[in-house]
Design a protein around this ligand. Structure first.
Ligand SMILES: [Zn+2]
Length: 89
């Protein structure tokens, strides 16, 4: 029979907030094609992520020139968030 294990749990108040610290990862923008191919599968072509919001839009126009029937896109915004511990550590 093993001895009972004593554990201490600290009560903590966590808050989830956007990470705006100097060393936070950048917010990035990208576009993904939502068009369906002939086989019903999504094209899913995606621009590289960019910190400049309008940069990925150029990829959309290039994609449309190659695939004139692909006219639906989703903008993908990746914004860093962080869990913040309130009170004494
Ligand atoms: Zn496409």
């Amino acid at each position: 029979m093993s001895a009972p294990t004593l554990r201490t749990f600290r009560l903590a108040n966590w808050t989830l907030r956007p990470d705006r610290d100097e060393d936070a990862p950048p917010t990035t923008y990208a576009f993904r094609c939502l068009a369906l191919g002939g086989d019903g599968a999504a094209c899913a072509a995606q621009s590289p992520p960019s910190e400049e919001p309008t940069e990925p839009q150029k990829t959309v126009f290039d994609h449309l020139r190659e695939h004139p029937e692909h006219t639906s896109f989703a903008e993908i915004i990746e914004r860093p968030w962080v869990m913040w511990l309130e009170g004494p550590a």
